[in-house]
Design a protein around this ligand. Structure first.
Ligand code: ZN
Length: 488
């Protein structure tokens, strides 16, 4: 397999030629959401970024095992191993069983990811389903001397680890700096050092989600689940680990430390991090009041939005920036994205109407090669989109007669345009959605006519409508709220 793909590796801080450990197999782990609230724009970015990686690696012929976890336990409100579990807090506030919160938001997350046309991962393990693996990992770390027990809780001994392995290789943070910056140990007296992180926490009596372990009835620390599940499904060393830049420290740094402490070697060859999305130049956050969920985008129901935005517009908007750049949201940028995307769709449909010429005035293969070069350059989707805009411009010129393409070149263009637009960028024309809206509208109209007939006691007409719809497997049910329809 000829391979020109270069990936920026956060670990080496440079672009490296992608050489999987065990080709054609590729293992990719991406940190998934903590399911205690609706997904927002910040979730869409890693969802789409690693969907692009997944799609392109498969396109190149790799057999990719894509693991994305669901965090349903152990994430505390305060990341410094203190405070209440986020899911538990939500459950308490809404008087639900924690697993009801988990199921509800997992389903909504899946729905949002599907609306954004991201492919489902190959495996989607949950933290609560891998408590045994996490306990086994803690045992190994403890046995190797890099953890200590303190009143039923276990902590990772960062100082000891740093002596044998270098701590901070991913984030570039040095333990000396951490020591200076984290002198405070208030409320964390169990730890030897403030920067030690929990591997296992003894549950206080109010904590609802807890499991038995050799040390205490408790729950796993924040960073443990990804180490345990990554190793279980992808092996002790695998190819790609991804996530948002906000996870780089301490989460991913701790994963590296845990793996080395347990196995003596690094867990991941290529670390990839997507950058953050800002809103009108500001960081997005609940406290900043600029926190917009994906469902709010799709419905337009948020005071910062002037209209509803189609999921594909959001996808295109995200792909117009390189995943390592920050991306600033504004309604103007979103409108420009919507317009731009339709320009590409229109150009693609125009291909069916072009009149072929004897000779081509444009080198189509060169444009195709440029698109591949852009993808191979660390998944440079904005560059791919720029080349597709150039192509759209050329196709319009062919249509007006200032440029020309042969029949074979038109076919070739159709094939690679479709590959990039639909298969690799994962865009979808909303026509399908429009169809379902149209059906809804037509059915409402038909049921309205039927209701009118019934009111006038014209049962022949109302029965005729019912029987005719039945032929198309459409079932009508009369309920107190009026007639409802469904496919049989
Ligand atoms: Zn993770």
């Amino acid at each position: 397999m000829e391979n020109k793909l270069k990936i920026y590796n956060t670990l080496s801080r440079k672009k490296e030629l992608f050489q999987p450990i065990n080709p054609p197999h590729v293992g990719m782990y991406v940190c998934g959401p903590t399911v205690y609230g609706d997904a927002h724009l910040g979730h869409a970015r890693p969802g789409i970024t690693f969907d692009i990686v997944f799609r392109y690696l498969r396109h190149l012929g790799y057999k990719v095992r894509y693991v994305r976890n669901i965090t349903d336990v152990g994430h505390l409100v305060n990341d410094a191993d203190a405070g209440e579990d986020k899911i538990q807090k939500k459950a308490r506030l809404e008087q639900l069983e924690p697993m009801e919160v988990v199921k509800f938001y997992t389903d909504r997350y899946h729905e949002n990811m599907q609306q954004l046309n991201t492919l489902p991962p190959s495996i989607e393990p949950t933290a609560s389903g891998h408590i045994i693996e996490q306990i086994e990992l803690v045992k190994k770390i403890l046995k190797n001397g890099y953890a200590y027990e303190s009143d039923g809780s276990l902590y990772f001994d960062v100082e000891k680890y740093n002596k044998d392995y270098k701590y901070g290789k991913l984030s570039g943070r040095r333990i000396e700096e951490l020591m200076q910056n984290t002198r405070e140990l208030a409320g964390q007296e169990e730890k030897h050092n403030a920067f030690d992180f929990a591997l296992w926490k003894k549950a206080d009596p109010k904590h609802i989600m807890h499991w038995p372990s050799p040390w205490s009835e408790g729950y796993p620390g924040w960073h443990l689940e990804c180490s345990a599940m990554g190793a279980k499904y992808l092996g002790e060393t695998f190819d790609i680990h991804g996530g948002g830049m906000d996870l780089l420290f301490p989460h991913h740094e701790s994963e590296i430390a845990q793996a080395n402490a347990a196995t003596g070697h690094d867990p991941v060859k290529y670390w990839m991090h997507n950058n953050m999305i800002t809103i009108n130049g500001q960081k997005m956050g609940k406290s900043l009041n600029n926190f917009i969920t994906l469902n709010e985008f799709f419905s337009g129901k948020h005071k910062a939005l002037d209209q509803a935005y189609n999921p594909m517009t959001i996808r295109f908007f995200i792909l117009q920036a390189h995943y390592r750049s920050t991306l600033d949201f504004s309604t103007d940028a979103m409108k420009a994205a919507e317009k731009g995307m339709h320009k590409l769709f229109d150009a693609f449909y125009l291909l069916d109407e072009l009149k072929p010429s004897e000779k081509s005035s444009v080198d189509i293969k060169a444009i195709e090669a440029k698109c591949y070069d852009a993808m191979n350059d660390d998944f440079n989707t904005p560059m791919v989109i720029a080349h597709l805009f150039d192509l759209a411009h050329i196709l319009n010129q062919v249509d007006s007669g200032t440029e020309s393409l042969t029949k074979a070149d038109i076919e070739e263009t159709k094939a690679f345009f479709s590959t990039f637009l639909f298969d690799l960028l994962g865009l979808k024309d909303e026509k399908e959605k429009d169809d379902s809206e149209l059906i809804d509208y037509l059915m409402k109209t038909i049921l309205g006519i039927r209701q009118e007939a019934k009111t006038k006691k014209d049962y022949a007409t109302s029965d005729l409508i019912r029987d005719e719809l039945a032929k198309m497997n459409i079932q009508i049910k009369d309920t107190k709220e009026g007639a409802k329809w469904s496919f049989k």
